[in-house]
Design a protein around this ligand. Structure first.
Ligand code: CO8
Length: 258
C-alpha cells in the first residue's frame, strides 16, 4: 500500500473515500500529492472488495489547482520533462466509478480533476473556475476540452478567458455537477450514491462506464494533446513567469505579451 502524506483514505464496505489533504494550501495538487493519488486510485481500482470510489477534499476546498509554487520557475522543456499529464491519463483510465464530492474551491487543476470523475455531488458552497489565465497560462489537464464539451463553447470561453468562478447552482444548471446539496451532507450524499452503485453487478458497471466514456471521450484525445502543447508553450513566456510570481507575491500581475 502507498504511504499517504497528502491523502487520507477511508473504507466502508464496498466503497472507499479518498480525501485530498493539504488543507493549508487549499489542497493544491503538488507532484507528490498527484503521485500518491494516482497510486492509491489504481490500488483501489484493482481491489476486488471495492466497487466505487469517492474523491473529496474538505469543506473549504476540493482543490485550488496545480501547485503554482512548483511551476513558477519551470520552462517549457522542464514541464515537458516532468510529463505530469501521464498521471492524469491514468486517472482517466480507471475502471471503477469515481464520484467527486465537492465543497469550496474547485479551481484550475482542481476543476479538471473533478471533471475526470464520473459524477459530481456539490455542496451549496462550491465554486468552480479555470483561473489559469490570471497567472499567464491556460488550463492544461483537460479544462479547455472537458469544460467546453460539458457547458458549451460560449460559457467555457468566458470561464477560460476571464478566470471568473461560477457557483454551485450555476454549475448544476450548466450540467457540470449532478446535484447541489447542503454543505452538511455533500459527502454523505456522494457516499450514498457510491453504495447504491456498489450493489450493482461490478462487471456490468465497468462495461457501462466504459461505454459512456466512449461517447464522452470521442474526439477528446486529440484535443487533450493540442491543449498540452499550448500549455507547455506558455512556459516559454515572460507573462507566465510574471503571472505566477505575482500570485506568490500576492500582487496583481502586469502582462506585456512577451
Ligand atoms: N498553488 C499553490 N498554493 C496555493 C494555491 C495553488 N494553486 N492556491 C492556494 N494556495 C495557497 C496560498 O498561496 C496560501 O498559502 P499561504 O497561506 O502560505 O500564503 C493558501 O493556499 C491559502 O490561499 P489564499 O490565502 O490565497 O486564500 P484566499 O481564500 O484568499 O483565496 C483562492 C483562495 C481564490 C483559491 C486563491 O488561493 C487562488 O486564487 N488560488 C490559485 C487558484 C489558481 O490560480 N489555480 C490554478 C493553478 S494553475 C493549474 O491548476 C494548471 C493545471 C494544469 C495541470 C497541471 C499539470 C502540470
Amino acid at each position: 500500500m502507498t504511504t499517504l502524506h497528502y491523502l487520507k483514505l477511508e473504507r466502508d464496505g464496498a466503497i472507499a473515500t479518498v480525501f485530498l489533504h493539504r488543507p493549508k494550501q487549499l489542497n493544491a495538487l503538488n507532484m507528490a500529492l498527484m503521485d500518491e493519488l494516482v497510486a492509491t486510485l489504481e490500488e483501489l481500482d484493482n481491489d476486488d472488495a471495492i466497487r466505487a470510489i469517492v474523491l473529496t477534499g474538505d469543506q473549504r476546498a476540493f482543490a485550488a489547482g496545480a501547485d503554482i509554487m512548483e511551476m513558477a520557475d519551470a520552462d517549457s522543456t522542464e514541464m515537458l520533462r516532468r510529463d505530469q499529464f501521464a498521471k492524469w491519463d491514468r486517472i482517466r483510465k480507471l475502471k471503477k466509478p469515481l464520484i467527486a464530492a465537492v465543497s469550496g474551491f474547485a479551481l484550475g487543476g482542481g476543476c479538471e480533476l473533478m471533471m475526470h470523475c464520473d459524477m459530481v455531488i456539490a455542496s451549496e458552497t462550491a465554486q468552480f473556475g479555470q483561473p489559469e489565465i490570471k497567472i499567464g497560462v491556460m488550463p492544461g489537464a483537460g479544462g479547455t476540452q472537458r469544460l467546453t464539451r460539458t457547458v458549451g463553447k460560449a460559457r467555457a470561453m468566458e470561464m477560460v478567458l476571464t478566470g471568473k468562478f461560477i457557483g454551485a447552482k450555476q454549475a448544476e444548471a450548466w450540467g457540470l455537477v449532478n446535484r447541489v446539496v447542503p454543505v452538511e451532507v455533500y459527502l454523505t450524499e456522494a457516499q450514498k450514491l457510491a453504495h447504491e452503485i456498489a450493489q450493482m453487478s461490478p462487471v456490468a458497471v465497468r462495461l457501462a462506464k466504459e461505454a459512456v466514456l466512449k461517447n464522452y471521450e470521442s474526439f477528446l484525445l486529440d484535443g487533450l494533446e493540442f491543449e498540452r502543447k499550448n500549455f507547455y508553450l506558455l512556459f516559454s513566456t515572460e507573462d507566465q513567469k510574471e503571472g505566477m510570481q505575482a500570485f506568490i507575491e500576492k500582487r496583481p500581475a502586469k502582462f506585456t505579451g512577451k
